[in-house]
Design a protein around this ligand. Structure first.
Ligand SMILES: N[C@@H](CCC(=O)N[C@@H](CS)C(=O)NCC(=O)O)C(=O)O
Length: 213
């Protein structure tokens, strides 16, 4: 399997799919294409040859492309049922999917005001954004409510690390870079997340990227 992704510093959807592959020890070849911001640059040309939408991540199996992080994760969960990418309990699995869908289609304030930028110190900007935007504060309040789940279930949202944690890992990166205020329960969850070896590896590799966009 070939996984096409973009810059590790910035690309949160790429991070989600990559984390699921790496954490669950799924064999894949990584192809990282640098974002160039050009409508007809190398990034778009390369990616559009596999995905007409022109976005990453894309998983390619024998010339067959699967795009969109959610579709990729569902495919992987089907291909490797023994690896338990989702919670085993039916209702917990449904809840985990609800949370991923909520992440996938929601949190627009958090996503637009605070784009992922791993290792950047954006705390001053984060403080201003926090004061100016009630919708950002609302998004964070909902995130904190979700992260409280880990208190009842163990270290992660559903006991052991699942696709749901991979979907929220980029939010942890944003909270850290922008220094957004969070309660102690959220900090405990964030500490667990950054210690997951696959996540630590992504963060370390993001640091090595020299390019800025
Ligand atoms: N819903 C999609 C979102 C994919 C997406 O927006 N990818 C962004 C980077 S995180 C991208 O490829 N942007 C490049 C561009 O728009 O030119 C998913 O879950 O995979």
């Amino acid at each position: 399997m070939d996984l096409w992704i973009g810059n590790k510093k910035y690309l949160s959807w790429s991070m989600r799919a990559w984390l699921v592959c790496r954490h669950f020890d799924i064999e894949f070849t990584e192809h990282l294409v640098q974002l160039d911001g050009l409508a007809d640059g190398i990034f778009k040309q390369t990616i559009q040859s596999m995905n007409p939408v022109g976005k990453v991540p894309i998983l390619v199996i024998n010339d067959f492309s699967i795009w969109d992080s959610f579709a990729i994760c569902e495919f992987l969960a089907e291909q490797f049922p023994q690896k338990l990418l989702w919670p085993q309990d039916t209702l917990e699995r449904a809840r985990a999917r609800s949370l991923c869908a909520e992440m996938h289609s929601g949190f627009s304030a958090l996503r637009s005001y605070c784009p992922m930028n791993i290792h950047a110190d954006l705390k001053e900007l984060g403080q201003q954004l926090w004061q100016q935007h009630a919708d950002l504060r609302n998004d964070l309040q909902r995130v904190e409510q979700i992260w409280e789940l880990h208190e009842q279930t163990g270290d992660f949202l559903f006991g052991k690390f699942s696709i749901a944690d991979a979907f929220f890992a980029p939010v942890v990166m944003r909270v850290i870079s922008y220094g957004l205020p969070t309660n102690q329960k959220s900090q405990a969850y964030m500490n667990k997340i950054i210690q997951v070896p696959a996540i630590a590896q992504w963060i370390a590799e993001a640091k090595l990227e020299l390019t800025s966009i």
